[in-house]
Write a protein that binds this ligand. Structure first.
Ligand code: NI
Length: 290
């Protein structure tokens, strides 16, 4: 779904573009073994202040990459009472979480196929309204062991909603997902990464943001998406933001998933990554990485 724009976001994107232009890029396109040049820290002050346990947020809106909040957390292999299957994951090897928003949509099936071919898992933050349109796609994802999560019903900025409206967004999505897959979402990604203390207090899920924005929603170009990922130089614990509603994203995933596998990254769900790293996810708190 189209992202909202305001001056601040435009400024952040402009900054990111300028920084990208500032480094020498001779990357050979999507398919190459073109390991990246690290960019400077793209940390935005507001995010850095809010990062960590997410308990003292002002309004947070994130559309940038490279946010590196301090890491923390305590031991727990569960989210609430939910058991997380972490069999086959080596805690001593690097892992990343690929995440897909706004679907299910036109890229979902292809992305699922690539994930399965490479023994990879991912997390899908779905819109309740899209689950209603494509329940069979949600079912396929759930049956394949992907983490099913909520991105609200109709993609509002939650900070503009009343208590009742927030609750309705969550409940309708829970219901649509449960009807389609038999599962309830155990995590939320707030649309636009927008949240505040009010939203936090009304949210009965951990809120998962991201540490690397692939800008797929902006570029709509597979090569650009791949280069964005290579430049971000993902590290152990990173959460990558994609959208499974674009053909260009699916095309990029066909390159990126084998690339990560080749590089020795384990591609796991968000809940698996936190469980393996023994970091607890708390309802109402928000997280950029693990
Ligand atoms: Ni979205």
């Amino acid at each position: 779904m189209k992202k909202k724009w305001n001056m601040k976001k435009a400024g952040v994107l402009l900054l990111a573009v300028l920084m990208t232009l500032g480094i020498t890029l001779t990357l050979a396109g999507c398919g190459g073994d073109n390991q990246s040049v690290s960019t400077a820290e793209d940390t935005v002050g507001e995010q850095a202040n809010a990062a960590g346990n997410g308990s003292t947020a002002a309004v947070v809106r994130v559309h940038t990459k490279g946010v590196k909040p301090k890491k923390g957390g305590t031991s727990n292999n569960q989210i609430g009472s939910r058991e997380v299957d972490i069999s086959g994951i080596d805690p001593n090897k690097p892992m990343i979480a690929l995440t897909f928003d706004d679907g299910p949509g036109r890229g979902t099936e292809k992305i699922l196929q690539v994930l399965q071919e490479n023994d990879a898992k991912a997390t899908f933050f779905e819109l309740g309204s899209k689950i209603k349109e494509h329940p069979e796609l949600s079912k396929k994802l759930a049956d394949a062991g992907m983490q099913m999560a909520s991105h609200t019903y109709s993609h509002p900025d939650l900070t503009t909603l009343s208590d009742a409206e927030i609750a309705k967004q969550y409940e309708k999505t829970d219901k649509a997902m449960e009807q389609a897959t038999g599962l309830k979402p155990a995590a939320l990604r707030p649309p636009y990464g927008s949240l505040d203390e009010h939203v936090q207090s009304k949210t009965p899920y951990p809120m998962i943001l991201w540490s690397i924005d692939t800008l797929d929603w902006s570029s709509r170009d597979a090569k650009a998406i791949c280069n964005e990922v290579y430049n971000a130089n993902p590290e152990d614990g990173d959460i990558l933001l994609f959208h499974d509603i674009y053909d260009s994203t699916a095309e990029a995933i066909e390159t990126l998933v084998p690339y990560f596998k080749e590089k020795g990254y384990q591609m796991v769900t968000v809940e698996q990554m936190f469980a393996v790293k023994e970091k607890k996810l708390k309802n109402g708190n928000f997280y950029y990485n693990a």
